[in-house]
Design a protein around this ligand. Structure first.
Ligand SMILES: NC(=O)c1ccc[n+]([C@@H]2O[C@H](COP(=O)([O-])OP(=O)(O)OC[C@H]3O[C@@H](n4cnc5c(N)ncnc54)[C@H](OP(=O)(O)O)[C@@H]3O)[C@@H](O)[C@H]2O)c1
Length: 262
């Protein structure tokens, strides 16, 4: 039980990495708001985790109203109407097969909205709520080290190493990676840990949504596999967020051992 008294929000909790993270937060004694667009998938996960420890907020992760609803639900349902979410996982995202030349331009705006604007708006709201709470606590003599506060951001190895073959997706993750590091520099000194996890290939719905060609994917996984699974990333989230509040593991690149690039 490494995450007792932690109130979580996980976007993209209906599949893959987000679903695995939500499971682990509850398994470790935390509570969690589950967000994604597919209500039926979230309801199934809610059935498994139980309404004492989890609640669902359906909607687009880039919609400011949906984001506010997630934080309000976290405070009302798990914080006795007083305590804010203190473990926010900026996870929802999608890939896009192809380069700036070859990818489907009709998908560009939706991807940029989800991956970049969604991440930026969630980080901003999380930071504002956490900072206000730190101030309130300080006024009551409660030091920030008494309550760990985490914003964990899912970047990517293609947000660190240029991949000409998925350059539009990669450009959103370069932006997310820099946003996370900038937020770390701004918020760390105030007591909020902003951590970036940059996975390589992880088996999930991601590859299908991105539109990767099946033959290429099979050959790639044969060449570099076994690749990571969502639970490997979830384990890292628990490790990062369960450290004492003054200890920060800030930037983690994760690949299957045989993945050379990206
Ligand atoms: N898998 C990989 O190889 C890999 C590698 C590096 C980084 N990542 C990053 O890891 C994160 C999670 O990816 P994954 O592998 O778990 O992918 P996934 O299995 O496709 O899951 C993506 C999740 O995001 C949700 N989502 C997508 N658009 C959304 C929106 N507009 N609003 C709310 N939720 C939305 C999806 O739910 P709904 O469809 O129900 O909304 C789903 O729950 C992403 O940021 C991805 O870029 C993945």
């Amino acid at each position: 039980m490494k995450l007792k008294n932690r109130i979580g929000i996980v976007t993209g909790a209906s599949a893959g990495i987000g679903e695995a993270i939500a499971r682990d937060l509850v398994a470790q004694g935390g509570t969690v708001i589950l967000n994604a667009r597919r209500k039926e998938k979230l309801d199934l996960l809610l059935g498994e985790l139980g309404t004492e420890d989890a609640a669902v907020v359906v909607g687009d992760c880039a919609d400011e109203q949906v984001i506010d609803t997630m934080f309000d639900a976290a405070r009302e349902q798990f914080g006795r109407g007083q305590v804010e979410a203190n473990l926010v996982v900026v996870n929802a995202g999608r890939g896009l097969n192809g380069s700036v030349v070859t990818s489907d331009t009709s998908e560009w705006e939706a991807m940029i909205r989800t991956n970049l604007l969604g991440a930026a708006r969630l980080i901003r709201t999380a930071a504002k709520r956490m900072l206000a709470e730190i101030e309130r606590d300080a006024a009551r003599g409660i030091h920030w080290t008494k309550q760990p506060r985490d914003i964990v951001v899912l970047g990517s190895t293609v947000g660190r190493h240029v991949s000409p073959f998925s350059s539009m997706y990669g450009s959103t993750k370069f932006a997310v990676n820099s946003l996370a590091e900038a937020a770390r520099r701004e918020l760390g000194p105030k007591g909020i840990r902003v951590s970036l996890i940059e996975p390589g290939f992880v088996v999930s719905e991601f590859q299908g949504v991105a539109g990767y060609q099946e033959e290429w994917l099979k050959a790639t996984f044969e060449r570099i596999g076994p690749v990571l699974e969502p639970r490997d990333i979830a384990e890292a989230v628990v490790a990062i967020t369960s450290k004492p509040a003054h200890v920060h593991w800030g930037d983690l690149v994760m690949r299957g051992t045989r993945q050379d690039y990206p």
